[in-house]
Design a protein around this ligand. Structure first.
Ligand SMILES: C[S@@+](CC[C@H](N)C(=O)[O-])C[C@H]1O[C@@H](n2cnc3c(N)ncnc32)[C@H](O)[C@@H]1O
Length: 208
């Protein structure tokens, strides 16, 4: 099974429990909200929530006034997102191959959606984000900080699923952004909260 099939199957299996478990997470997470608020202030133009899951951030960004739609590999996640946010547009697709014209977006959000991609394929995602952003457009990402492949089996969302999760140092993602042609705007690494197993990283980039 390819890594995309494995990720799709896993998130199709846990889409509904995932949505229920994380429904209020953003309200309890001031760091996520702060980074997203800064992103919302600097962005102009349409925004893609790339790897949107059940659309919890898509809804939040729409509430902040952005023209935002979501995309996800998992049809079940997209079904939940459409039910929860009937006024927003959601599409099934992959961040590694975006069906969008060049320079068509003002912003891209990839919130914990690059953590399942093998490192050697990540440059492709950054190249796609760079292609679809207009000059001056912003990319913001969130990820788990550390080193290497973790948690191949997990049951924290209810049913046990097989899922590769990659942890990376902030500098690793910063390097990928720079190689794709982005200028770094900001980086943040915060300590794990009581419910997390690892520090969390955030990076914002701008397409010159
Ligand atoms: C940890 S969840 C995060 C979901 C959402 N961004 C959030 O913060 O709640 C990871 C999501 O990324 C999606 N994903 C993983 N790889 C992807 C890819 N190549 N293209 C699109 N979505 C992907 C998964 O299907 C899953 O919904």
């Amino acid at each position: 099974m390819s890594h995309l099939d494995r990720t799709r199957t896993a998130y199709d299996t846990v889409a509904r429990p995932y949505a229920t478990l994380l429904k209020d997470e953003l309200r309890q997470n001031p760091w996520d909200r702060a980074v997203l608020a800064a992103f919302a202030e600097v962005v102009t133009g349409p925004v893609l929530d790339a790897g949107c899951g059940p659309g919890r951030l898509t809804g939040h960004l729409a509430d902040l006034g952005l023209a935002v739609g979501g995309l996800d590999l998992s049809p079940e996640m997209i079904a939940v997102a459409r039910e929860t946010h009937p006024l927003l547009e959601f599409t099934v697709g992959s961040v590694l191959d975006l069906d969008l014209p060049e320079a068509s977006l003002g912003g891209v959000v990839a919130w914990y959606s690059l953590i399942h991609t093998p490192p050697e394929e990540l440059p492709r995602a950054f190249t796609e984000f760079h292609r679809v952003l207009a000059p001056g457009g912003h990319l913001v990402i969130a990820f788990k900080v550390g080193d290497g492949l973790r948690h191949p089996m997990m049951g924290s969302y209810g049913p046990t699923i097989e899922l590769d999760i990659w942890w990376h140092p902030v500098g690793f993602f910063a390097g990928l952004g720079a190689s794709a042609g982005f200028a770094e705007v900001a980086r943040l690494e915060r300590a794990a909260s009581e419910t997390e197993h690892q520090p969390q990283g955030y990076l914002m980039f701008r397409k010159p």
